[in-house]
Design a protein around this ligand. Structure first.
Ligand code: ATP
Length: 200
């Protein structure tokens, strides 16, 4: 199995922007958010179990998972949230590992906004943080999304602090500068990861 780098960063930090540069360099990516959706897609074991547990009411008319209904079911019911996590976390992990195992690039990247918060750093060989200040997070998220300052702040507060992430990450990309400054930083990391992957 080849080297796996876990790419993380808070809301609006620039993970997707950085990941796109790695992809241009030929590196294959696995996205934790996409995997989390795939494991409850129509026909999945996850969705079958959820339907057995909560009843067919949990589905939309097109048989997809009704996420709003699911949120209602687990909201203020810790035992239901626990049940759901116990079901989905192992499935998500196994699926991420399977997809990473199927990559063919010299190393691969797992992109996960909650890499440290969800303990996914234990599944990767190295961690890479896209770092920006909370102020920049607020500015860039505000420009991108039509959400209120309060909603953005709630998400920032629900994620690990900048300091905690900085202390845990093996590598850090500073994304306070211009977009154009990112590419050289990513290329430098890419060359380092190529070296590391040759030595493993
Ligand atoms: P999320 O977790 O919220 O999906 P993300 O970490 O994937 O966010 P991006 O979507 O890559 O972050 O970046 C957030 C916004 O900031 C985007 O609109 C992106 O185009 C912009 N952006 C990224 N890097 C820079 C930069 N260096 N300068 C200006 N804008 C940037």
């Amino acid at each position: 199995t080849n080297l796996v780098v876990g790419l993380t960063g808070g809301i609006g930090s620039g993970k997707t922007t950085v990941a796109n540069i790695f992809a241009e360099l030929g590196i294959e990516l696995v996205d934790a958010d996409i995997v989390a959706r795939e494991v409850v897609a129509i026909g999945s074991l996850g969705l079958t179990k959820i339907t057995q547990h909560f009843g067919a009411d949990i589905l939309n008319s097109d048989s997809t998972l009704n996420r709003a209904k699911l949120r209602e079911h687990i909201f203020s019911k810790p035992e239901e949230l626990e049940w759901l996590n116990a079901l989905l976390h192992p499935i998500i992990r196994a699926e991420m590992l399977k997809q990473l195992d199927n990559t063919r690039s010299p190393y691969s990247i797992l992109i996960a906004p909650l890499l440290f918060e969800n303990g996914l750093d234990r599944l990767v060989d190295r961690t890479l943080l896209v770092d920006i200040s909370p102020e920049q997070q607020r500015n860039r998220t505000k420009i991108r999304d039509s959400v209120t300052a309060e909603q953005i702040q709630k998400i920032i507060d629900s994620q690990a602090s900048r300091e905690e992430k900085l202390s845990k990450a093996d590598d850090v990309i500073d994304n306070h500068g211009e977009r154009s400054a990112l590419r050289n930083k990513v290329v430098a990391l890419h060359n380092n990861y190529l070296k590391l992957s040759n030595n493993t």
